[in-house]
Design a protein around this ligand. Structure first.
Ligand code: S3P
Length: 422
């Protein structure tokens, strides 16, 4: 489906309540399958990705009921082995963390995905799961795993990936695990485990989880900074525009985009809100300055804004000086090759870019023409193209329906933003 985005003409001022945080929601749903009793999760994003995680635990025998503002997940005493393939759709997090539920299943667990997920690398999660004695058949989606976890494991991860760390903790929950991992990736799972009373010691890059039970939780998921970032950028590229995004996750591993936007000259105000267990939450207001300057993103900052790069690249396209993105090779294996997609999007709008294997230089100066792109299965590329077109010279966005993975109300919010009181 194609959407045409017209440039917004005067600086909007708007409050936008984005959906609940996808990363936190996946974890609170998937780990509920192995909690000690019923868990209630409210404020779940209505996107297809988290629905895939709910579908996975339901297929394992977790009973899922609607309650006001959310769902109640009641795990059975033993998870069952589902008869056929369980669909993870477009959701890499459902598949990579969900694969570790095989540790708690007596027998096979087979997971499938859409065309985009079938192309993504899975050996990175199968290999650590094999350390627990979890079998697999081939390294491509559909994955065929055989549980349960047979013994404690020591796992050294080469990639700083939160999905992989989460999978290892989930696999080791009953049998124990020692995990060594490079630093930098989001720590929602570690916070969940500690909030739920797991016997976990974290010492810098090393963690030891002894066989544990998880006390059930009742929580409201904070809103998603990766979704809010599109509005932060929309405000930052529009002098005088203001956006207020209440109740977003302020987990320090998720706030890199705010640091980047500040370094570019955007006015960013953060007010602390009521946190949820160990997960901090707050309210973010971004005001567009007269002009933006370029930014450098690499190292741990790159990990702290990995999912926000499509949005930040748009801010960089409007900057008056060049920007450098480095250490971002992982973007080549997301829902699409995001570096290639951004190169096509920005150069289509007449912005000079120079792509490398692990990043790109964006020379800025603002779009020179309207752009047309097919975002395919990549929700964040579709939303980035919309912000580029709205703040610049217009856009036609193919694959517009892909926003349903994380942010089904995006197009409605964009109409509100474009028509907001000036
Ligand atoms: C996620 C971790 C990141 C991120 C993804 C969500 C998570 O992936 O890009 O969108 O919820 O754990 P990696 O763990 O592969 O870096």
């Amino acid at each position: 489906m194609k959407r045409t985005v017209a440039p917004w003409t005067a600086p909007p001022r708007c409050t936008i309540r984005v959906p609940g945080d996808k990363s936190i929601a996946h974890r609170r749903v998937l780990f509920a399958a192995v909690a000690d009793g019923p868990c209630t999760v409210k404020g779940l994003p209505d996107g297809a990705d988290v629905r895939a995680s709910v579908g996975l635990v339901a297929a394992l025998g977790v009973s899922v009921e609607s309650v006001a503002g959310g769902i109640r997940l009641s795990p059975p005493s033993v998870l069952r082995s589902p008869a056929g393939l369980v669909q993870c759709g477009n959701s890499g997090t459902t598949m990579r963390i969900g694969a570790a539920l095989a540790a708690h299943v007596e027998g096979p667990l087979s997971l499938d995905g859409d065309e985009s997920l079938r192309r993504r690398p899975m050996g990175r999660v199968l290999e650590p799961l094999a350390r627990f004695g979890i079998g697999h058949d081939g390294a491509r989606v559909p994955l065929r795993l055989t549980g349960p976890a047979r013994h404690r494991a020591v796992v050294d991860l080469a990639l700083p990936s939160a999905q992989l760390r989460s999978a290892v903790w989930l696999a080791g929950l009953r049998v124990g695990v020692e995990l060594n991992s490079p630093p930098g990736a989001r720590d929602h799972t570690e916070r969940l485990l500690l909030d739920a009373g797991a016997d976990l010691d974290l010492e810098g890059l090393r963690g030891v989880l002894r066989p544990s039970c998880l006390a059930p939780w009742a929580m409201k998921v904070p809103r998603d900074p990766s979704s809010a970032c599109f509005w932060w950028v929309a405000a930052a590229i529009t002098p005088g525009a203001v956006v207020h995004t209440p109740d977003v996750s302020l987990n320090p591993f998720r706030t890199g985009a705010l640091d980047v936007l500040r370094s570019m000259g955007a006015h960013v105000e953060v007010a602390d809100g009521q946190g949820l267990g160990r997960e901090p939450m707050g309210h973010v207001t971004v005001t567009g300055p007269g002009a933006l300057v370029g930014a450098h993103v690499d190292g741990t900052l790159a990990l702290r804004c990995l999912d926000e790069i499509p949005a930040l690249a748009i801010a960089m396209a409007f900057a008056g000086s060049p920007s450098e993105l480095r250490d971002l090779a992982e973007l080549r294996v997301k829902e699409s090759d995001r570096l290639a997609a951004l190169e096509e999007l920005l150069s289509g709008a007449g912005i000079e870019v120079e792509a490398r294997l692990d990043g790109m230089s964006i020379f800025g100066g603002g779009p020179r023409r309207a752009v047309e792109i097919d975002a395919g299965h990549d929700h964040r590329i579709a939303m980035a193209a919309a912000v580029l077109g709205g703040g610049g010279r217009g856009a036609v966005v193919g694959g517009a329906e892909s926003v349903a993975s994380s942010y089904p109300t995006f197009w409605r919010h964009l109409s509100r933003w474009s028509a907001a009181p000036r």
